[in-house]
Design a protein around this ligand. Structure first.
Ligand code: SF4
Length: 320
């Protein structure tokens, strides 16, 4: 005879130990592969776990967290039976024959990229704020150092104004300061800086002969892409610097190219193209896009491409 009683889903304990069961339940996961997790409790405690709500206080903030309440009940039941020692024993035993499962921590600093925008042949001229456009070089530097114009100021060690000669035929722009730049208050420090120095040397240049600066002067937390608002707040400083430096060519590294040229195209797609920035006086300044030294430390094969780009920039400077 066929029974009409519903058959409860089989409880399973997949290949996870008791502590992992506890973690899964604390994360709100009560089943794996469509089957409920078998709580790790002695048989005489199993009934208590079937109604976890009765085993934990219902007052306080924890009542809003059902999975947490369940896990708490589970833990209490285990504690009551001496199961914690068993859990630890299980964990030690399983560590010897089970691979450790590393769960990548959630990143809280990601920011959505904007929609792809077409490359503009003539980027809009940024109108300088009067309080920036009228400053001399020293006051401009002071303005950057003291600036709290966007949220990046809250997390910086120090703002990175830039360093080198002004005026200069060459200007190098990266997106934002790295951690070492933030510590030293100067662009291109650390290993990437050493590589940058070698690139300059190959061109017969030194830092003192060029001007180097980040597009956004303060380091974003965890090196995330600066927001449009942060870029807009800071771009007046870069525009003012361009007018002081009067470069014949601006070499732009990595993602800074997307921001300066208002495009989401890849660096590979932008390399070798004729790009320009428009200065306040209407003059078009050639922009050469290439890979950032940080990229070269990982992708050494791209050094040849960067060398091509730098030679192209040198041609532009010499022919201007
Ligand atoms: Fe000011 Fe630029 Fe730093 Fe923002 S990133 S606080 S605008 S200097």
């Amino acid at each position: 005879m066929v029974s009409n009683n519903l058959i409860p889903p089989a409880l399973v304990r997949p290949n996870v130990n008791g502590l992992q069961v506890l973690w899964l339940q604390e994360s709100g996961i009560d089943c794996l592969w469509g089957k409920p997790l078998l709580p790790l409790v002695p048989n005489n405690q199993a009934g208590a776990l079937e109604k976890p709500e009765n085993t934990v206080p219902t007052s306080g903030k924890l009542t809003a967290n059902a999975p947490g309440r369940q896990a708490q009940a589970h833990k209490q039941a285990i504690q009551g039976s001496g199961g914690l020692q068993r859990l630890e024993r299980e964990q030690q035993a399983s560590a010897s024959h089970q691979p450790a499962v590393y769960q990548r921590p959630a990143r809280h600093f990601t920011r959505q990229q904007g929609q792809a925008e077409p490359l503009q042949k003539t980027p809009p001229v940024v109108v300088l704020r009067p309080d920036v456009g009228n400053l001399d070089w020293a006051d401009l530097r002071e303005s950057v150092v003291a600036c709290t114009g966007c949220g990046l100021a809250a997390h910086r060690g120090q703002a990175v104004f830039g360093e080198g000669a002004q005026p200069s035929d060459w200007m190098f722009v990266e997106e934002s300061p790295g951690q070492q730049d933030d510590w030293h208050g100067q662009p291109f420090m650390g290993k990437a800086g050493a590589l940058f120095d070698n690139m300059l040397k190959a061109l017969g240049l030194q830092r003192e002969m060029v001007f180097t600066t980040p597009l956004v002067k303060c380091r974003p937390v965890a090196n995330i892409v600066p927001s449009k608002e942060e870029v807009a707040s800071c771009q007046v400083f870069l525009q003012a610097q361009i007018e002081w430096v009067q470069p014949k060519c601006i070499v732009v590294f990595g993602r800074a190219a997307n921001t300066l040229l208002l495009t989401n195209e890849t660096i590979e797609a932008l390399r070798g193209r004729d790009c320009f920035m428009t200065a306040k006086n209407g003059m078009q300044i050639p922009v050469v896009v290439t890979y950032h030294p940080n990229h070269l430390m990982v992708m050494q094969a791209d050094k040849a491409k960067v060398w091509q780009d730098l030679q192209r920039a040198r041609q532009i400077v010499h022919s201007a």
